[in-house]
Design a protein around this ligand. Structure first.
Ligand SMILES: [Fe+2]
Length: 314
């Protein structure tokens, strides 16, 4: 898929109050990468001024992270809180190449809770039939000044990603391709969040799905879809050099089932000579493994007091 897939497409929603062009995904399949259009770029709560005020409030809750431009640190959403600068200093210098700032869990802010709840209701109304049980959503903002990059990685949850300002180059890979995401590595990651097992290598270059997002463009990708995100400087102008994106991640009944099946598969791989079918290959076997995996994970959590998978409502 290339950037031109988005060319000349306008937001055409079934109802004017809808903020996502659901016409783009009438046949929403939660297992596919799906580009779409949206109307969120002009949302007042997502303007830079509103987001600066939000970031100042969320900083107190340790839900803001930023990087000064001179730092060589790569973007990572898994790191802890930033130190050294105030939020206003970070915003003032945001146009310096290589800067970035992220705001997490914005639904917990009283001024954003209605906006987030309404958006999630709209989302659930459209995806809920194909992918029921939406829970533990996180709505987050990413601001960056090119050049920046988010290294190749996978996440445990599906993502709706919205570009609001500037451009962003998304590189995505098919999570169902075992050469891209080996099933045992995905199981290990889902069960124990072990990072680094799903790695990029040059043989995957030809399999990339490359999508350049401009304001009004969005893309959905399923859980464990490898992604590598870049902002490039060619479009940035003085006074208009910030890439602003918004993302909704969440869990569903299917992510919970996949986790439980993965737990059993992982046990079978470690403790037997069996080669269990990866999740999704055999619905009958998945249905048998699901309650066993759930019982195993609950028992393990009880014994080890691990706080893994709290978001999955096991
Ligand atoms: Fe990610």
């Amino acid at each position: 898929m290339s950037a031109s897939s988005f060319a000349n497409r306008t937001v055409a929603t079934d109802a004017p109050e809808e903020r996502i062009a659901w016409a783009d995904m009438r046949t929403f399949n939660p297992e596919e990468i799906i580009p779409f259009r949206h109307n969120l770029a002009n949302e007042p709560l997502l303007s830079l001024d509103s987001l600066r005020a939000l970031a100042n409030r969320m900083y107190e809750k340790r839900q803001v992270k930023f990087k000064p431009p001179e730092s060589t640190e790569e973007f990572s959403t898994r790191d802890t809180h930033s130190k050294g600068w105030s939020v206003d200093e970070a915003f003032d210098r945001l146009e310096q190449p290589g800067s970035w700032l992220a705001i997490y869990h914005m639904a917990s802010d009283p001024l954003y809770s209605d906006f987030c709840r309404n958006l999630l209701q709209e989302l659930d109304a459209h995806i809920g039939k194909a992918d029921p049980g939406l829970h533990a959503p996180d709505l987050a903002i990413f601001l960056s000044s090119p050049p920046t990059e988010t290294p190749y990685h996978i996440d445990q949850h599906p993502v709706f990603f919205f570009q609001l300002k500037g451009r962003k180059l998304m590189n995505l890979w098919d999570s169902h391709d075992p050469e891209v995401v080996p099933p045992d590595a995905a199981e290990e990651f889902l069960c124990f969040r072990r990072e680094g097992l799903v790695r990029y290598n040059d043989s995957l270059r030809s399999k990339v799905v490359e999508i350049e997002l401009a304001p009004g463009d969005g893309v959905y990708w399923p859980a464990t879809t490898p992604h590598y995100v870049r902002t490039q400087p060619y479009w940035a102008k003085p006074g208009d050099g910030i890439s602003l994106s918004f993302n909704i991640s969440y869990y569903t009944a299917a992510t919970r089932k996949r986790l439980c099946v993965s737990a059993i598969n992982r046990l079978l791989r470690k403790r037997s000579a069996l080669h269990p079918a990866p999740y999704g290959k055999s619905p009958v076997r998945d249905n048998l493994k699901y309650p066993l995996g759930r019982a195993y994970l609950l028992a393990r959590r009880l014994i080890t007091h691990e706080y893994l998978h709290d978001e999955q409502k096991l």
